[in-house]
Design a protein around this ligand. Structure first.
Ligand SMILES: Cc1ncc(COP(=O)(O)O)c(C=O)c1O
Length: 393
């Protein structure tokens, strides 16, 4: 062991602890749901999961995963093009494509892998990727791996995007989150699509926080804005509303998907989504299709919680998604606040630098269709107590 190196890491970790910015893993001993059992804090209401539709512990989703495991075993112990792929992958991909209104889809072990596979494959040398500055880290890293020149545009600034489009070389790819994960706001997709059409650009939307949440039937931000058929490529996760286990996908034209099968490195050099996860994700999509009321429940919970926060004197960032951020200031303050809330039986994470800019640390509240009024009321009472204690309200 290299002692100097180890000591350097230990010193850096100590610095994080001293600054109050050290992240601690919490250990759950029950399935993800409106509330969970946590080793460190007991019975807690969860306001920090992307389990937007409450499907992570849905009996049908769990049953489908068990059936998938029994039928297919753990996996093929190799990548798909070398060792074959399961029929359940094909079925899930066809379902995702049809659900979102695309010709085809391709799954990956995560949306991180999907973004990191997609962007370098499409964004080859001589072309330009134009990326919203607040895009998810997986998009940022995907851009870093691309041969194309990447330029950022100021968050949601359409004039800046247009100036970037005017200067672009080769094919321009405009890439944006659908729902921004730290702000909870929506991309201005109508304007982005119009600009892309005007400048002949390709549009790529990562709708990880939009699918299952936005749009009348949960098909995401494209449905929300009535833009079906107008966006070229969508990426998404199966690790949030659609079952919550893991997995990601790209939905696009057949030519894009075939190109990814041939060339994307996170597909060619990495194992498939486990068949058990593919099985439960397929069940999650079918459940969403059959029970659109889940989305109504989620929206009612968001409205109830936002109104409650406002009545308590909190001013959450506005937005239409299921993400409700409370900006509280410094990173250490946000982390200390989430610790206090945990002691009051509410699990909600404080996010700070470098995930968000220093000074804009936040408590990111996420609502779920699984929450009942009693969960939301308990969470609100804790927020009132801790908010008063910390001088926020
Ligand atoms: C916008 C966005 N894209 C991609 C991802 C990564 O998804 P996954 O957990 O499937 O890798 C996330 C997860 O945090 C996300 O918020």
């Amino acid at each position: 062991m290299n002692i100097n190196f180890e000591n350097r890491l230990i010193a850096e970790l100590e610095e994080l602890k001293k600054a109050g910015t050290y992240k601690r893993l919490r250990h759950l001993t029950s399935p993800m749901d409106a509330r969970v059992d946590m080793e460190e804090a007991g019975d807690v209401v969860v306001l920090s999961s992307n389990n937007y539709l409450g499907l992570a512990n849905d009996p049908g989703v769990v049953k489908a995963g068990i059936a998938g495991l029994k039928r297919y075993g753990a996996g093929t112990a190799s990548v798909r093009f070398i060792c074959g792929t399961y029929d359940i992958h094909r079925e899930l991909e066809a379902k995702l494509a049809a659900f979102l209104g695309f010709d085809a889809a391709l799954t990956y072990v995560s949306c991180w892998a999907a973004n990191e596979g997609l962007l370098p494959t499409l964004g080859t040398a001589g072309n330009t990727i134009i990326s919203d500055e607040l895009n998810h880290a997986s998009i940022i890293d995907g851009c870093r791996l691309a041969g194309a020149r990447t330029v950022r545009f100021k968050h949601a600034d359409m004039l800046h995007l247009e100036s970037r489009l005017r200067e672009a070389e080769g094919t321009a790819f405009v890439v944006t989150d659908g729902v921004f994960s730290m702000e909870g706001d929506l991309a201005n997709l109508p304007e982005i699509v119009a600009l892309a059409e005007r400048y002949g650009a390709v549009t790529i939307v990562d709708d990880s926080h939009g699918i299952g949440v936005m749009g009348k039937t949960g098909r995401g931000i494209i449905e929300h804005f009535g833009l079906r058929g107008k966006v070229d490529v969508v990426t998404g996760t199966l690790g949030k509303a659609l079952g919550g286990a893991a997995g990601g996908f790209v939905a696009a034209s057949s030519a894009v998907v075939e190109t990814l099968v041939q060339r994307s490195r996170t597909q060619l050099f990495s194992n498939a989504l486990p068949a058990t996860v593919a099985s439960s994700a397929l069940a999650a999509v079918k459940t969403l299709e059959e029970h659109p009321k889940l989305i109504e429940k989620l929206r009612a919970n968001v409205a109830y919680f936002r109104a409650g926060l406002a009545a308590l004197g909190f001013s959450a960032l506005p937005g239409e998604s299921a993400i409700v951020p409370l900006i509280v200031g410094e990173t250490a303050f946000a982390i200390a606040m989430s610790d206090r809330l945990l002691a009051e039986g509410v699990f909600v994470t404080g996010f700070g630098f470098p995930v968000v800019p220093e000074g804009a640390a936040r408590i990111r509240i996420q609502l779920s269709a699984a929450h009942k009024k009693k969960h939301l009321d308990k969470a609100m009472a804790a927020l009132q107590k801790v908010g008063k204690e910390l001088g926020l309200i």
